[in-house]
Structures are given as structure tokens and as C-alpha cells.
Design a binder for this molecule. Sequence first.
Ligand code: HEM
Length: 191
Amino acid sequence: MKKNWLWLLVNILAAVLFFAFIAQMISIGTLNGIAKQMTAEVGEWAGRWLILSLAVTPLLTVTRFKRLVTIRKSTGLWAFAYALLHLFSYSGRFDLNLQDALFDIFNHFEYWLGFVALVIMLPLALTSTNRAIKWLKKDWKRLHKGVYAVAVLVGLHVALVKEDYLVLIILLALLVARVPTLRQRLSKLKR
Ligand code: HEM
């Protein structure tokens, strides 16, 4: 499907916010400042984009609003980009020393969950092009099922970091909505 106003709106919003975060990081100046102020905010947005990308399929089933398809890929890619920025701002706590940041991640189970999610997101982002879809054929679908693991890991990461289970519940609900029998029921809602 061709790009449309919805695609444009989502991508402009995501890009403007992304560069606003970067500008804010630069203006804060001190690396410690970056970490404290930005990690939570950027992480929150990474979570929002992930939720939106996973919500596209169930929303499409219920509403049959076909334009939604065009934002599935971009919202997933923005989730990855924001998650990278989230890790970058976190490593600001260690003067951007990645080795120290990784050491801290492996000492905190809740951060480790987020890190594994980000590692799984990397091949998904790299193979999001039409060329990769053609090249990988059936393996593409198999590989992209990794997004379910990402959803569970991110949900647990947020639940443990914030002691708040809302994001985990939303992500699990979006996964459950993909179960074929439930999907059929959802599609009947519109009729
Ligand atoms: C790369 C490894 C990751 C590390 C080291 C990490 C680290 C952190 C830290 C330290 C916080 C607490 C921030 C604070 O309260 O100051 C946090 C919160 C959060 N992270 Fe991550 N994270 C990682 C990956 C991810 C990923 C992949 C996502 C989503 C795609 C994510 C989404 C979130 C969300 C939604 C919060 C809660 C923000 C809030 O509302 O307070 N994180 N993370």
C-alpha cells in the first residue's frame, strides 16, 4: 500500500521527537545529566512505539482501516531507534563507557531483560526491507516471530524497573489477540 497521511503523521511525530531528545541531550551537556533525565522518557517512547507496532494487526482486524498497515514497519523501526537512544542515554551514567555500562547491565536482571530484547530487535530491524523479505522468504516470517519474545522481555523489563505491570499487561494482551481463534472473534466485531 502507498504511503499516506497516517504514515506521514506518525513518521514526522517520531522523527521530530527523536531529534528533540537528541537536542535536549546535547543541551544538557553533562553525561550524568543525560542519563538521569532522559533514560526513562526515551524508554517510555520506545515502549509506546513497540505497543503501537504490535497493536496494528489487532486494530486492523477490528476496524478494517487498511491504512494502518503502512505504519506497522515504521513504528517497529522507531521502537528500535528509541531503544538504542535509551541505551545510549543509560550509558551516559558511565561517561558513555560501554564496557562499564554492559557490566552494570549484567549485574541488574531487569536491565538485562531489556538488553536481550534490544539484541533480538537488531536482526528484525536489519531485515525489514522489501529486499530482505524477498530474499528470506518463509524464514522472514519465522525470524520476525522474534517480536513476540521482544514484547515479553520488554514487558518484564518495565514491570521490574517500574514495579508497574500495565505495559506488561498491554503487551501480553496484544500477543493474545493474535491467537487465531481470538482473531476470528475480533474480526466478527466489525460485522
Ligand atoms: C538496551 C538495554 C536496556 C537498558 C540498559 C535499559 C535500562 C533502563 C533503565 C535504567 C530504566 C529506568 C529509567 C529510570 O527510571 O531512570 C528503564 C526503563 C524503561 N525502559 Fe529500558 N532499558 C533497555 C532496553 C529497553 C527496551 C528495548 C525498551 C523498549 C523497547 C525499554 C523500555 C523501557 C521503558 C518503557 C521504561 C520505563 C520508563 C518509565 O516510564 O519510567 N528498555 N530502562
